[in-house]
Design a protein. Structure first.
Length: 151
């Protein structure tokens, strides 16, 4: 029987990444044309670790930094989000130094899939001076744009 991999193993396990390819087919409708990188999960983790206390970043900024690093048009939005989620869980599992709660979804929304869910993220962000507002089922950092940091 195969044993379940830890979050840290998942984070470190993508030896064949990053990969660069062309944006083709149905993807062009949503993402345009050009080139795209599927990043290595460790790259996403390293970017998330760069966000200082009191500052924020969204998946959009992570993707832009990855695209710039690899000299492509875009970074894959799906894998970048998945790898941020893996990095968050690996940090929680290993008591690592990744302040994952500072990485928001596009539009300043808290990611309920991160460890501890919304209650934990709310506490951590409020402790760093951010105000959390609820809009319907979504929880957002108020005026998150003012706290964004460059990567």
């Amino acid at each position: 029987m195969k044993t379940k991999r830890t979050w840290a193993e998942k984070l470190a396990g993508a030896k064949d990444l990053p990969k660069i390819g062309r944006v083709e087919g149905k993807m062009t409708t949503r993402w345009g044309t050009g080139t795209m990188v599927i990043p290595n999960p460790l790259e996403v983790d390293e970017l998330m670790k760069q966000v200082p206390k009191g500052k924020l970043v969204t998946i959009t900024e992570l993707r832009a930094a990855l695209a710039k690093k690899h000299n492509v048009n875009i970074a894959c939005p799906i894998t970048t989000g998945i790898f941020a989620w893996i990095a968050a869980h690996a940090a929680e599992e290993t008591k690592g130094k990744n302040p994952y709660w500072r990485t928001l979804k596009t539009g300043g929304e808290l990611n309920p899939k991160y460890p501890g869910g919304i209650p934990s993220l709310r506490r951590k962000l409020q402790a760093e001076g951010h105000k959390i507002v609820q809009k319907g089922k979504r929880h957002l950092v108020a005026d998150y744009e003012r706290a964004l940091t460059a990567l």
